[in-house]
Design a protein around this ligand. Sequence first.
Ligand SMILES: *[C@@H]1O[C@H](CO)[C@@H](O)[C@H](O)[C@H]1NC(C)=O
Ligand SMILES: *[C@@H]1O[C@H](CO)[C@@H](O)[C@H](O)[C@H]1NC(C)=O
Ligand SMILES: *[C@@H]1O[C@H](CO)[C@@H](O)[C@H](O)[C@H]1NC(C)=O
Ligand SMILES: *[C@@H]1O[C@H](CO)[C@@H](O)[C@H](O)[C@H]1NC(C)=O
Ligand SMILES: *[C@@H]1O[C@H](CO)[C@@H](O)[C@H](O)[C@H]1NC(C)=O
Ligand SMILES: *[C@@H]1O[C@H](CO)[C@@H](O)[C@H](O)[C@H]1NC(C)=O
Ligand SMILES: *[C@@H]1O[C@H](CO)[C@@H](O)[C@H](O)[C@H]1NC(C)=O
Length: 427
Amino acid sequence: MDSSRKSHAIVAVVLLGLLCLTVVDCRPCHQQLQDALDFPALNCRKHSAVLTDFGGVGDGKTSNTKVFNDAIAKLSEKAKDGGAQLIVPPGKWLTGSFNLTSHFTLFIHRDAVILASQDESEWPVLPPLPSYGEGSAGRYGSLIYGANLTDVVITGNNGTINGQGEPWWKKFKDGKMEYTRPCLIEIVFSDQIQLSNLTLINSPSWNVHPTYSRNIIIQDITILAPFDSENTDGINPDSCTNTLIQDSFIVSSDDCVAVKSGIDQYGIRFNMPTQHLLIRRLTCISPRSAGIALGSEMSGGIKDYVFWITGDYGSHPNPGWDPKALPEIKGINYRDMVAENVTYSARLDGIENDPFTAICISNVTISLTEKPKEVQWNCTDVAGVTSRVTPPACSALPASEKEIDCPFPEDKLPIEEVKLKTCSLAN
Ligand SMILES: *[C@@H]1O[C@H](CO)[C@@H](O)[C@H](O)[C@H]1NC(C)=O
Ligand SMILES: *[C@@H]1O[C@H](CO)[C@@H](O)[C@H](O)[C@H]1NC(C)=O
Ligand SMILES: *[C@@H]1O[C@H](CO)[C@@H](O)[C@H](O)[C@H]1NC(C)=O
Ligand SMILES: *[C@@H]1O[C@H](CO)[C@@H](O)[C@H](O)[C@H]1NC(C)=O
Ligand SMILES: *[C@@H]1O[C@H](CO)[C@@H](O)[C@H](O)[C@H]1NC(C)=O
Ligand SMILES: *[C@@H]1O[C@H](CO)[C@@H](O)[C@H](O)[C@H]1NC(C)=O
Ligand SMILES: *[C@@H]1O[C@H](CO)[C@@H](O)[C@H](O)[C@H]1NC(C)=O
């Protein structure tokens, strides 16, 4: 009797001790999170946890791959009960690839850096995407990966995701990659995705790759990659519907935004176009590539175009692509753009016997470098109209007699109508 009472007392003391410890431990991080209490998101979550609750160590050296995966697996249990958010607090959180879950928010504090591991064993190899086919042996899962999800938010108050991409760029340059390099964030077969208020730096390859997904908002993102990095595209919406990309700043060695729909026969067989895409208020610095590229896996070369549209996929992963399987590309409007220090304004190539039509470009001012190309607009198999464009466009895109503003669809895209809610970190 006595001894059992004693053990109860001991249990109570230990429990109290743990509670105190928890409170003491968390006070600094909660204080630091105070100034980041409100943020806009598709949905707010009922449950909230901090990475350190799951044993995360933010010293920049300890791997947190298991911590992230375990934390998110645990929080996925809340999906049907109002969802959960995971807060990445100040610190340097080294991790390999981890998977997201539905009805989930990952919030990265402005003094937090998610550091991508440079240890390849921390990156699982996934099969190729169906619209890319057997052209590659496989691909590394992205640092932050999501598949078959609904309602996912990755946000912060300008927290950082650092891909530490140097070894991947080097290995790629040396032709030593067995599998396709990982992206920083890849989300496939998903619905309702938000990426906002983040800084992404030094991605091993593309930064953001939403694929076979719909209802996507990407805004207030800063993407930085050195000019000599390899294919560090900014945002590549791929076979996606209803996507809004806005208010972002991208410095890249490659395209800032590249719109894709798979490759050749795989892309055609998969038959999932990118549609209803709105890109606005994008600042792009890309000395080697395009601001916004419509096209696919074209092999290398110095590009440096403001506009680059290509129907000619310069490289084909496998023989057997069907040159007669032509996409219908029309109704692409650009307006109100300013570009500086440009060597080559536009390379617009439609497809022979399948011109890209109804292109409209208005109010675009392109200032050229000291040594620009002689021919600024190089167009084949395209048709459309321009207005107030300097330098003047090619004859396939004549200036309209009357000044016009290229219409943006009067009826808004459904994604523009989405109202973000004001969510809070305190729960
Ligand atoms: C993450 O998802 C991929 C693809 O579905 C899977 O291969 C991998 O095992 C998952 N990782 C974890 C830790 O669950
Ligand atoms: C995700 O959805 C796709 C398309 O519906 C399906 O082919 C695939 O098997 C699903 N993957 C998982 C891991 O459920
Ligand atoms: C997100 O970025 C926008 C634009 O810079 C800013 O107005 C807003 O306050 C930011 N939100 C958070 C939570 O930091
Ligand atoms: C976010 O951080 C990046 C990198 O430090 C910086 O360039 C950018 O201006 C910041 N954005 C905001 C809205 O504070
Ligand atoms: C032309 O584009 C510039 C730069 O985006 C913008 O500031 C200006 O308002 C536009 N002019 C008109 C008439 O829309
Ligand atoms: C213009 O671009 C060239 C490279 O093409 C670069 O050397 C130069 O610094 C740039 N100038 C400005 C003002 O950005
Ligand atoms: C237009 O682009 C094609 C393909 O790069 C090139 O072969 C051709 O010489 C270019 N034309 C001019 C006039 O620059």
